[in-house]
Design a protein around this ligand. Structure first.
Ligand SMILES: O=C(CCc1ccccc1NC(=O)c1cccc(C(F)(F)F)c1)NO
Ligand SMILES: [Zn+2]
Length: 401
């Protein structure tokens, strides 16, 4: 964690802040948004790369295909991504890890040095497929491109649905995440904004982002996720609130299987509203992994795009520079339904309920409808449990100013 620098940095180590607090005078957010267009990072090459190498092959083109089929791409400002440089990747990741990832990604199977790879988490869940370095660098570059548009005041909202790889650690791949693009974006945003709020709504705990910023109050991380014995990654318990200067600036909301939109939004609304009013962030990064949707093969939460949409609405109402990222989502059609609905919501557009005829139309059978209905599954989150979680988190947040 320590990088030896002597100024307060972004949680790479709990170092005393020797430089004058440059942020005291900085206004809340003096970035005036010159263009109200929503930036959408896209190129065919980027979709092709994500299609082949992401953990769910074919998902990238299904997502883009549905957004395009509903005519939303012409309302968006499409910005081409460029690959992140080694210097950008090593603003968080270790040089050894990035160099190994690049070398291993270029090697044929027989050349691979397995035990070195295992040291970097490059095995099992995170196999080194040929070209994985180019894929990871492009996803990171796309997220950094989106963040830069927010910094330059080109837009108020920027979207990269193929990013959001929240498990990757400084020197270790994890949970099929090779490079932690949310962390890279937050570090970039921190060059312009003194306080950044990260909100993670993926089914899984956003452990890689939490770890990166657990020791700083300049970045607040808030994750709602499934927390249960033996469920990956196993971190994110309610009493994990950060360390040192970062104490109380890590918020974890542990939930159980079967939660539906109403309870989910109720806990989100109470916790995130208190977070915003006590922390007063100047920019927001929102990870919207869709593996909590009803019908996802993960089969844990029982949410719908409407539920996530209400959470998104609350954040957009703050009118802050906001970066939207994807993440998990293993039912291709439902993930496309979710992120298309959320894209339309950012644009203030309502969509017709029937999936338009397009290349991936068959993914949407048998109803061919945009909506996802909750399943009738057991909900293991009693109202008392939810109440208790909200009260505990609220007590912790009382320490934030
Ligand atoms: O979604 C994740 C990562 C889930 C994960 C963690 C650790 C090891 C492997 C994975 N990925 C999966 O479990 C996975 C990947 C692709 C498809 C599926 C499916 F079975 F749900 F479809 C599941 N983080 O937000
Ligand atoms: Zn996930």
């Amino acid at each position: 964690m320590a990088d030896g620098s002597d100024k307060e940095n972004d949680g790479m180590g709990c170092h005393r802040n020797l430089t004058p607090n440059r942020d005291v005078l900085a206004p809340r957010s003096d970035v005036v948004c010159r263009n109200d267009k929503v930036v959408f990072v896209h190129s065919q090459m980027y979709v092709d790369l994500c299609n082949n190498l992401a953990k769910v092959p074919g998902r990238a083109s299904a997502v883009h295909g549905l957004i395009e089929a509903y005519g939303l791409t012409k309302e968006l400002r499409l910005v081409e991504p460029r690959p992140a440089t080694v210097a950008e990747l090593t603003s968080f990741h270790s040089t050894d890890y990035i160099h190994h990832l690049r070398k291993a990604s270029a090697e044929e199977d027989e050349e691979k040095d397995i035990d070195v790879s295992e040291e970097f988490g490059l095995c099992y869940d995170c196999p080194i497929l040929p070209g994985v370095y180019e894929y990871a660098a492009m996803v990171a570059g796309a997220t950094l491109t989106a963040a830069q548009c927010l910094i330059d005041g080109e837009c108020q909202v920027a979207i990269n649905w193929h990013g959001g790889w929240h498990h990757a650690k400084k020197d270790e791949a994890s949970g099929f995440c090779y490079v932690n693009d949310p962390v890279l974006a937050i570090l970039r945003l921190r060059e312009r904004f003194s306080k950044v709020l990260y909100i993670d709504l993926d089914l899984h705990h956003g452990d890689g982002v939490e770890d990166a910023f657990c020791c700083t109050s300049r970045v607040m991380t808030l994750s709602l996720h499934k927390f249960d014995t033996g469920f990956f990654p196993g971190t994110g318990d309610i009493q994990d609130t950060g360390m040192g200067r970062g104490r109380y600036y890590t918020v974890n909301v542990p939930l159980r299987d079967g939660i539906q939109d109403s309870q989910y939004f109720s806990v989100f609304n109470k916790v995130v509203s208190q977070t915003e009013s006590s922390y007063r962030p100047e920019a927001v990064v929102l990870q919207l992994g869709a593996d909590g949707m009803s019908g996802d093969p993960m089969g844990c939460f029982n949410l719908t795009p409407q539920g996530l949409g209400r959470c998104l609405e609350l954040v957009l109402d703050w009118k802050l520079p906001t970066l939207l990222l994807g993440g998990g989502g293993y039912h291709v059609g439902n993930t496309a339904r979710c992120w298309t609905s959320l894209t339309a919501q950012v644009l203030g557009k309502s969509l017709p309920p029937d999936i338009p005829e397009h290349e991936h139309f068959t993914e949407y059978g048998p109803d061919y409808e945009l909506g996802i209905s909750p399943g009738n599954r057991v909900n293991h989150n009693s109202d008392e449990y939810i109440e208790e979680v909200i009260n505990t988190v609220s007590e912790n947040l009382a320490h934030v100013m």
